[in-house]
Design a binder for this molecule. Structure first.
Ligand SMILES: C[S@@+](CC[C@H](N)C(=O)[O-])C[C@H]1O[C@@H](n2cnc3c(N)ncnc32)[C@H](O)[C@@H]1O
Length: 254
């Protein structure tokens, strides 16, 4: 059986039995291989924009699932999929802006799939804002580790006109730190906040040393660090529940 990282394991656990899954940017194909091996689903489409990863996926499937033929397609974004062909679309391990662009390129096709599991490597805040603009409902967020990284996993549905419960704003922390993570008290959230505070402090120090002309940027960076510290402090004082009902781990399993 293929061994998955905490990041891929958490994504894997979000797939229901027999669901039709598309893994966009599959690369090594470890996630579809695990879903197949574990008997979660055999209705899998694997795609990648580059021939190299497609070959890697084929080689891994031949090695791990000898004699099995999986549906592997070459192409960018959602282009290799037919309208409505998948219940769940996974787009993991790409930049947040690239994921946002993939979702924006053909909104009608994007809306034809049941739900998305998105795992941006960066710019998760910009992805959350784009999801809200596109009318997506984000119903679950989870943090996971991989190596020295803390990864954000966002589960969202195209929504059909529903308003997201939390519409992230371009200012403030709501796009950067999902209220869903705060509500459910994700165990990795304090560590994520500490890392962000450290990075923000380093930026403030560089801006201070840069001298005149950087006052506005410095003010913004210090405000962000202060907001992050206040949020971390509130998690430590009330366990992070914020007085709100806890969102359970199974919220996505509908
Ligand atoms: C870092 S790998 C992630 C592999 C796997 N999804 C994971 O999360 O471990 C990113 C993969 O996305 C592919 N990719 C990049 N842009 C893409 C696009 N627009 N459409 C499809 N695949 C893309 C790359 O070729 C690469 O194989």
């Amino acid at each position: 059986m293929v061994k998955l990282s905490d990041r891929l394991e958490k994504i894997c656990s979000m797939i229901g039995e027999g669901e039709r899954v598309a893994d966009i940017g599959t690369d090594h194909a470890l996630l579809p291989i695990a879903l197949f091996e574990r008997g979660v689903t055999r209705t899998l489409i694997l795609s990648d924009i580059r021939p190299g990863p497609i070959e890697k996926a084929r080689a891994n499937i031949d090695r791990r699932l000898p004699g099995e033929v999986l549906d592997i397609r070459l192409g960018g974004g959602l282009a290799p999929l037919a309208v409505g062909e998948a219940d769940v679309v996974i787009i993991a391990g790409m930049g947040g802006l690239l994921i946002a662009d993939i979702l924006s390129s053909d909104p009608e096709k994007t809306r034809s799939f049941g739900r998305y599991i998105l795992q941006p490597r960066n710019a998760a805040d910009k992805l959350r804002i784009r999801l809200a603009e596109l009318g997506f409902v984000t119903f679950e967020e989870t943090l996971a580790t991989e190596g020295r990284f803390i990864c954000e996993i966002i589960c969202a549905s195209p929504g059909g006109g529903l308003q997201p419960e939390f519409a992230p704003e371009t200012e403030g922390l709501s796009a950067e730190i999902s209220p869903l993570l705060i509500r459910k008290g994700d165990p990795l959230l304090p560590e994520l906040l500490e890392r962000k505070i450290k990075a923000a402090d380093a930026v403030s120090e560089r801006l201070t040393n840069a001298g005149a002309g950087k006052e506005q940027l410095l003010k913004r960076s210090e405000k962000r660090a202060a907001d992050l510290r206040a949020l971390l402090g509130s998690l430590e004082s009330d366990g992070g529940n914020d007085g709100l009902p806890t969102v359970t781990e199974n919220t996505y399993a509908y």
